[in-house]
Ligand binder design. Sequence first.
Ligand code: SF4
Length: 43
Amino acid sequence: MIMCTENCAYQEDGLCNLKKITSFSSKPIKYCPYFRGKDKNRA
Ligand code: SF4
């Protein structure tokens, strides 16, 4: 599992739900190519 706290559509409970990513650094995900922002207008 990949820990991630980005406000990303794939992030859930602090973990990345995008199973495709297997080889990934343990850094914060500012540079994640898979980042997909959530719609801030939605609750
Ligand atoms: S796709 Fe990237 S930014 Fe989004 S939750 Fe996964 S690791 Fe984080």
